[in-house]
Design a protein around this ligand. Structure first.
Ligand code: GAP
Length: 512
């Protein structure tokens, strides 16, 4: 997908009531967005699809809804106060602020563009005989580019890990990286910047307590580990799943709802016996990929990116990357977090957070496998992969959102062919019948063709049209979004006919 297609995603999201810039009448607030009527339906459906897959389909995973505010020591224990930082650099001439690592990564991306150009040229030259892997491994210019990329990224990773911010600046200068806005190379030193939003709890300035808006939902699960385990009599291995808002003061907030300052996470912590974490990590990797693939976008939209450099608390980590309009990027993280978080909370709270394993007759601090996915990012994935322009056999075109039916904001649109002759009344009766099971919409404005296009554009899987024949034989036309096939069907059979398409088992039963 190109920039052009990404622009289309942005404008379509706004024009069809999916996503609006926050407080737009005041010119918006950077990296904050509101979900419109269609957006909130899609978002709720994605959340439900995840939550049900986790809690309804696994007897050993239960839900939680922890508060956004947490005791401030939580964030000391988790390491966020000391280490949840981005390295920032200012340009002295433009006064613009950047993430130093992003400037360097963008530079590496430019080298990657050169590699891709070489590949494209060679593919054109060699045609079917082209072997990309061999070309990349042997072509001198490409080999040189790839070595450069590796060297730059390795040096940056090492400097950041060692807290050597002077070397990060030196690297920016050595590479001759200029301010993307002004072209100036007049940089300040690199400084660490904590991403947590602070706020205060309490009425008076003296007694107020400094709090943070949570930067991840996971800690609400860790601090409730024993509450949940004891009240629900959970036996290891078991999981706790939660969806909820998280906040990060992202400096480089770009790419629409991909990186926001206020966003929603869907996280699950799976508590296991120490020593079994590798097995469970592999299982959750596989299971989460299956969940994604159940939506039917096709295998080539996904890939794993295993982390080589691990956070100090992790013994394995991978990202599920999705083919967004701007390339493959992280959609979900799966982390083997050892016993780091529970041990840290135990240390800082002075309370034991251990589990007595009746089978082993032993007490231990469980290890944790975490699956963590951004709901907004998943929304963008579904939205961008669904949005398609199609040329039809008669040469006309349509814009259609091929949203997986189970996630579609509206399931059925009911359309009287004309606004008279009793057709609207019949349409409304059908709505009254279907609305108990499906999100339905009534539309009587404009010619029927235009109404179909409108529903295609918001991804409604079915349109039901009421016409004069309906009055005679109680049948309606049922039009399917993707094939545009139309069948005649008795009203009495409508619900049964479409129900399969929205049945959770038909979506997840094949894969989970
Ligand atoms: N508890 C682990 C954790 O929070 P993370 O990789 O920082 O890990 C997990 O975030 C997921 O949350 C990401 O894969 C992404 O989908 C989503 N996410 C993170 N930061 C985000 C942001 N600023 N805007 C939107 N989604 C974000």
């Amino acid at each position: 997908m190109s920039d052009e297609q990404f622009k289309k995603v942005l404008s379509h999201a706004k024009e069809y009531g999916f996503v609006f810039p926050s407080s737009e009448i005041y010119d918006g607030l950077s990296a904050v967005y509101d979900y419109g009527p269609n957006g909130v339906e899609l978002k709720n459906n994605i959340r439900n699809y995840w939550y049900k897959a986790m809690t309804q389909l696994h007897q050993n995973i239960v839900g939680l809804d922890a508060a956004i505010f947490m005791h401030p020591t939580t964030w000391k224990a988790s390491g966020h106060v000391d280490a949840f930082n981005d390295p920032l650099i200012d340009n002295k001439d433009s006064k613009k602020r950047y993430r130093a690592d992003v400037l360097i990564e963008d530079y590496v991306e430019k080298i990657e563009n050169k590699v891709q150009k070489e590949i494209k040229k060679a593919r054109k030259r060699f045609g079917d005989a082209f072997d990309e892997a061999q070309f990349v491994a042997t072509h001198p210019r490409v080999v040189k580019y790839r070595a450069q990329q590796k060297e730059i990224l390795q040096r940056m990773a090492k400097s950041l890990e060692n807290g050597d911010l002077a070397d990060v600046k030196a690297l920016i200068e050595e590479l001759g990286i200029a301010d993307p806005v002004s072209g100036s190379k007049n940089w300040t030193d690199v400084k660490q910047f904590n991403l947590m939003f602070g706020t205060k709890l309490g009425a008076s300035a003296d007694s107020a307590m400094d709090l943070y808006l949570r930067p991840e939902t996971a800690q609400g699960i860790f601090v409730n580990f024993l509450n949940v385990q004891k009240t629900m009599r959970m036996k290891i291995p078991f999981g706790i799943a939660q969806t909820g808002k998280a906040f990060r003061n992202e400096i480089v907030a770009r790419q629409f709802i991909f990186r926001m300052r206020e966003f929603e996470q869907m996280e699950m912590q799976f508590f296991v016996r120490p020593g079994t974490q590798k097995e469970w990590f592999d299982k959750w990797k596989e299971e989460r990929l299956k969940w994604h693939k159940s939506l039917g976008f096709g295998d080539d939209y996904y890939r794993f990116h295993d982390h080589e450099k691990l956070a100090h608390y992790a013994d394995a980590a991978t990202d599920i990357e999705f083919k967004f309009p701007f390339g493959f990027k992280e959609l979900e993280g799966i982390h083997s977090r050892t016993d780091f978080d529970l041990s840290q909370h135990e240390k800082h709270s002075g309370k034991k957070l251990q589990y007595f394993d009746p089978e082993l007759n032993e007490r231990y601090t469980p290890y944790v496998i975490e699956t963590s996915i951004g709901l907004d990012r998943m929304f963008l994935a579904v939205f961008s992969a669904s949005l398609q322009d199609e040329t039809l056999p008669d040469g006309s075109t349509r814009t259609v959102m091929k949203i997986p039916a189970i996630l579609a904001p509206t399931k059925v649109a009911v359309l009287p062919l004309l606004k008279k002759d009793g057709l609207p009344e019949i349409a409304k009766q059908i709505i009254d019948d279907l609305k108990w099971d499906f999100k339905v919409q009534y539309d009587e404005k404009d010619a029927i063709g235009r109404r179909y296009r409108r529903q295609d554009a918001v991804g409604t899987p079915y349109c039901v049209t009421v016409d004069h024949q309906t009055k005679e034989d109680n049948t309606v036309t049922l039009r399917e979004r993707d094939s545009m096939a139309q069948i005649r069907i008795p009203i009495a059979e409508l619900r049964q006919h479409i129900a399969d398409k929205f049945n959770l088992q038909n979506w997840l039963g094949k894969t989970l």
